[in-house]
Design a protein around this ligand. Sequence first.
Ligand code: UDP
Ligand code: MG
Length: 321
Amino acid sequence: MSAVYDTRRQSIALSIVVPIFNEEEALPALAERLRPILDGCGEPYEVLAVDDGSTDRTPRLLEDLRTAWDQLRIVTLRRNSGHQAALTAGLHRSRGAYVISIDADLQDPPEVIPDMLTLARADGLDIVYGIRVDRSTDTGFKRRTAAVYYWLMRRLAGSFVPAQAGDFRLLSRPVVETLKTLPDQQQIYRLLIPSLGFPSGRITYQRAERVAGTTKYPVHKMVLLAFDSITSFSAAPLRLATAMGAFSLVVCLAFLVWALTVYATGRTLPGWTSLIITVLFFGAVQLFCLGMLGEYVARIYTAVQARPTYGVARDTDEEQQ
Ligand code: UDP
Ligand code: MG
């Protein structure tokens, strides 16, 4: 690592990481609101706009914005790799003493950024979570699924997971460096970061409506996130398989006793109903358990392959050096 690189890294007080996927409608509003706040902090900063393989006018808009905004740094991923992968790319390349991740759609208010920074410095915190206290602007469906998600995660992963903390948060350099040492896998940051145990604080805010455009998180991606969250932080489903196996064994023994009794009394023929129910029941339990095992095997497979979760096609900062 060159000396130049080091001094640059140290001189930046704050990095803002923004994962962006097809946000042509939201980008102008984002720049307009974010920039005065960051300029107002009066400290050197960088904004890492991670273009997650956008196919609309996003790359052009970013380029235009950069001509008049020196601190804007564009990191372009080779293809759409997903929100968390884009976040990883941004975190790994950030240079600031503090790093704040924020969505591009202004659902998380950038006005909170200076408060996060002040709180972290005043209390010597490594993490400041943005906690959504009011989600009335989200749809009822999103609110309910989010409530179930956080409840389940606190039950399965541990109570260290702060409820209603999304991906709007501040991290100190030591936290980012710790994250960088972890193997490159699909990280679920909202669970991984609390599990590291760094001193943390919270700032509450009201979740706003998306400023423009539509959600890039359709239901199937939400389900995937929930699945990944559970399987990467808990072996509870595997234990569930064991529990179901034990339960089936008990049921099976009861059936055995019954079957023998019926045999002894000589009424064996009309046994079709119980037979088919038993066969279906155990078939279902076995398939379910196999599927659950498969989920974990799939994760082991992905981890063993150790393929990068993202590829960077371009980083405007490297061009300047
Ligand atoms: N995003 C991304 N890659 C994706 C999907 C989303 O970088 O594959 C970005 C998106 O541009 C936004 C953030 O991740 O800045 C959160 O997405 P969105 O606001 O659509 O999610 P929601 O708030 O609806 O859960
Ligand atoms: Mg959003």
